[in-house]
Design a protein around this ligand. Sequence first.
Ligand code: ADP
Ligand code: ZN
Length: 520
Amino acid sequence: MTPRQPLSILKDLYGYDSFRGSQAEIIDHVIDGGSAFVLMPTGGGKSLCYQIPALCRDGLTVVVSPLIALMQDQISALEQMNIKAATINSSMSSEQVSNTYRQIQAGALNMLYVAPERLLMPEFLRLLDKCDLALFAIDEAHCVSQWGHDFRPDYAALSVLAERFAHVPRIALTATADAPTRKDIVERLGLENGRTFVSGFDRPNIHYTIALRSSPRQQVWKFIQENHANDSGIIYCISRKKVDEIAAWLSQQGVNARPYHAGLSADVRAENQREFLRGEQIIMVATIAFGMGIDKPDVRFVVHMNIPKNIEAYYQETGRAGRDGLPSNALMLYAMEDAAMQRQWIDSSDASDEQSRIQHKKLNALLGLCETATCRRQALLNYFDDSCEPCGNCDTCEKPPKTFDATVLAQKAISCAYRTGERFGVSYLTDVLVGAKNDKIRKFGHDQVSTYGIGKDLSKSEWQNIFRQLVSMNFLAPNAEGYGSLEITHTGRSFLKEKSTLSMREYVKTSEIERTQRSD
Ligand code: ADP
Ligand code: ZN
């Protein structure tokens, strides 16, 4: 058989004219036996980067992927192109499994999709020892790293591949990894001698808006009616209960909306997902359980009813909009209580201290994005070490928020945390600043400190707003022990010491801010 050329495979099998971005370069490198780390946004075309080498190199390509549902989609697509692909997973009968084993032994497969648990089984590794292997492709590779936002221990154990199958090239692919995560992935998967490919993270067709949540249903309704009355979209909610409520409410309004969360039966979920993929005017109301691997090109909008976990998650979830390249919208509604809830989750999870610290830091970066007075896209891309000019296609570019010189107020707020020993939360600190007369303050003797009552000229909610921004800008940070006490960060300290100036977003209506303290 004459070796097939990547470009002719692209044309003949996939029906596309040309490679996108760095696809061709990556594919050539891997066909030549090189290993690679590929960071490419969702929808960028990562699958071809290992599928085409799999067809050009002799032997079996093993694709490691975390989700059985995704594997099945990929395999069906490959089978339609007459490519010999199969999976082994926990949902198969033992007969089906042994059938696939036989195919592998006979060298009859091009590609095999497995979850890491399967790959790591001794019996399976022994089977691979005897195979002619072309390539290992590790999809969703950020799961390898504990610095990533979706660490999976089984993925970390994939370091065995570099040791046991040193001669087989490896390609790791992900849409989401900050610098430390990248480094970790490269080390764990032994990709030091391979090449790293990072491609543009900008999704210029997505318009970003991040707004304080005041009356969530009204805000969402207005957003949909004004921009997307005839479109499909995804609305992410924080809990299963909220998903059910919002889906029911939209249905009552005559909107074609479906719920999706892990509490629904597998049948219902599959049915709703099918409807969504097929529909032209349908809204999926979902928890974050929904979306990985969903390839619906005409998702016109993604709404977050609450803040997501971190910037990686935000980028990934909003990235499901506009895969067809047409103008799309991302709207996030946020309130400080979201951050408090996320912090509680982080602290009550059984993650290590190190892990929790990372999660808190990532959350702070997300809050910074929410409060930024400059271009959202710039802030987003900077987070991924990418950059752009002010984009003109986000809320802050279109309507630059009013800012004011908050230097003195910030000094007062931070000093107040300092004078009271960095042991108290926003509400207590606010009480001290406005000079409230209460027992707690008297008990601690904080009516005697120099910051007592120096903030009388502002209302409590205005102070809360200042504190929120100080936390977002990482001048103050919640103490690791929880309970909401604020500590002064390194940045906060140098701000006081160096007497630098600081501007903040001006939130026009105090009443609006007050309303954000409540949920709907
Ligand atoms: P990712 O895994 O990076 O999210 P996919 O591999 O699923 O992205 O590709 C996203 C979509 O783009 C798919 O529909 C795919 O067929 C299409 N695609 C990939 N490469 C090309 C290309 N070179 N030309 C046209 N379409 C492409
Ligand atoms: Zn912008």
